[in-house]
Design a protein around this ligand. Structure first.
Ligand SMILES: C[S@@+](CC[C@H](N)C(=O)[O-])C[C@H]1O[C@@H](n2cnc3c(N)ncnc32)[C@H](O)[C@@H]1O
Length: 192
């Protein structure tokens, strides 16, 4: 409710999501997808509170309407729709569940949804990457670090990329609160 007082436009986004997902629970959809793939820990869905993504983007130095933002593993696209509206930047959503991409394209036409594994995408053009990848395996994080462009800032949750790749430096870190508890958000980029 508090979110709607701070961001009245969010009501429209959430009403669209409510009706579109009335018969599809996103937590269940991701769990089923991961179970089919034989994943050992299939409980991987969760959404970033909008206040958290706003705080993280501001802590990263912000983003303007000429710049490119991507959410890697965008889920239903709530974060993307919010970021597009509040910062006016060019917003991309990469997602491995076809149904999220199909619905996202219809619900949020200003967000560029792409279906597939984000590790297969070219990430060099992005000014700011959001990676809420708290369940990623070490080899996936290492593969991701190889795809980051020289001028790209990357936001991660709970761990810094410097734990996996010494070419990065943390430029800021902030405390953030998710429904599951408090943690840190890290903003990093490749050393110059
Ligand atoms: C924890 S949810 C985060 C949703 C959204 N980013 C947010 O913060 O609200 C993770 C999402 O990433 C997707 N995902 C995980 N690994 C992926 C990959 N390698 N390629 C594309 N999507 C992926 C999952 O299907 C899920 O929808």
């Amino acid at each position: 409710m508090n979110e709607y007082i701070c961001y009245p436009f969010l009501i429209k986004i959430d009403i669209k999501l409510f009706f579109s997902y009335f018969f599809l629970n996103p937590y269940r959809a991701v769990r089923k997808h991961l179970e089919r793939k034989g994943e050992r820990s299939p409980h991987q869905y969760g959404e970033t509170p909008v206040k958290v993504i706003e705080k993280l983007i501001k802590a990263s130095g912000g983003i303007n309407k000429y710049q490119y933002f991507v959410d890697l593993g965008a889920g239903r696209g709530r974060v993307c729709a919010f970021v597009q509206k509040i910062f006016g930047c060019k917003v991309f959503a990469f997602e491995q569940l076809r149904v999220f991409v199909k619905k996202g394209k219809k619900l949020f036409p200003k967000v560029h949804f792409t279906y597939g594994n984000f590790l297969d995408q070219d990430l060099k053009k992005f000014d700011l990457i959001y990676l809420y990848g708290t369940m990623m395996k070490e080899k996936e994080i290492v593969a991701f670090t190889q795809k980051v462009g020289q001028r790209t800032r990357v936001i991660t949750i709970s761990y810094p990329l410097t734990d996996y790749d010494s070419r990065f430096k943390v430029i800021n870190e902030v405390e953030v609160e998710f429904p599951w508890g408090k943690t840190k958000g890290y903003i990093q980029k490749l050393r110059g």
